[in-house]
Design a protein around this ligand. Sequence first.
Ligand code: SAM
Length: 383
Amino acid sequence: MIEQPPWPYASAERRWYGMGRYYAMFPSRFAFDAINGLTRAGDRVLDPFCGRGNAPFTAAVMGRPSLGVDINPIAWLYTAVKLSPDPKPGRVVRRLEAIGRAARTNDRRSRSGFETMAWSPDVRAFLKAARRELDWRFSVTDRTLMAFVVHHMQDKRGHGLSNALWPTIACSPHYAVRWWAGHGLTHPPDVDPVAVLGDKIRRRYAYGTPSQSDGKAVLGDAASVLQSHVSLVAKLLITSPPYKGVTDYWNDHWIRLWALGQSLKKDWKRATRYENQNVYCNLLKRVFTQSKRHLTDDAFILVRSDRRHRTAEICREILQQTWPKKCLFIRKSDAQFEGVSMYHGRGGSKAQELDFLLVSDNIPIWMKTAGFVECYDRLSYLK
Ligand SMILES: C[S@@+](CC[C@H](N)C(=O)[O-])C[C@H]1O[C@@H](n2cnc3c(N)ncnc32)[C@H](O)[C@@H]1O
């Protein structure tokens, strides 16, 4: 059974929750249940590795001001737009049409086999104009439109702007070209990008935009951001750090990152799979230590981790070192990947995850019903 998001299909919350394909995202029920059980309206919520923003978005629509931080511009874009989309769809559509007009003849040219097979000349021209013209960092309208562009530029054939591509993880250009050729898909679909995106914008805005508490997304390394660029006092830290040696969030988004100004290729200097144990430990130590400064003394800390020993054990150790006075509880999760990963990514398999919950002496009732048990020693949770 796949968990369904907590909002009805015909609601602004559900429509905007779905914005942004992102690998390894939280199931919506995970964030919703925890925020419901561990906070009250008005309490602040922090997610220092926020990905596509499921936790900060869920918190904000539940009346909890939130802060999400992520180092990946794609994650930041989705989170920032979900927390604060342009409230006027007409403005986004007018900007879309302006970008369509800004495309130059030269923009239709392809510079690689990948470009030729991925997008039609009209789509290529549109994407290059969007890349050049949209001020996604500073303008809310441009940012909202850019979120639609990157969401739909890499999709299943017939669903968005591209030839057949995994909607979540971007495969290598050589693999894509070989795969298209082998499946007789050498010609990208001939679509009108302004018409396709106009339709996507109308559907997303069908129920307006959600009413939300203040939500903020910050782009950058969470440790540096939390050290000097933000002030908040949160009652809940809810997060999921990268899993050690599993996902390379930079190169898995190389196609979409191109739309935000990077080059159209993988960049191994930016690879972030955290294979190295010391580098991984250091990341968790720095981010949790800086997060601690922004939490109330009785704050709850809920961290979803990979159940595999190498990640789980490092995570447990660092959490206990950072919050030695709190009690640690754990829960194994067998929830299946929901939504985006399930339907479009490498879904279908069981998630092998482990939730760590740190509490002071204020044991919440929710914790017992949610299946947490106390963790006494380093190995007990792996049995
Ligand atoms: C497991 S994902 C989080 C997914 C998220 N829970 C969601 O629902 O989408 C881990 C995230 O940590 C981010 N990350 C890695 N290193 C970071 C750092 N130093 N500072 C902030 N974010 C970082 C990655 O870009 C990635 O988006």
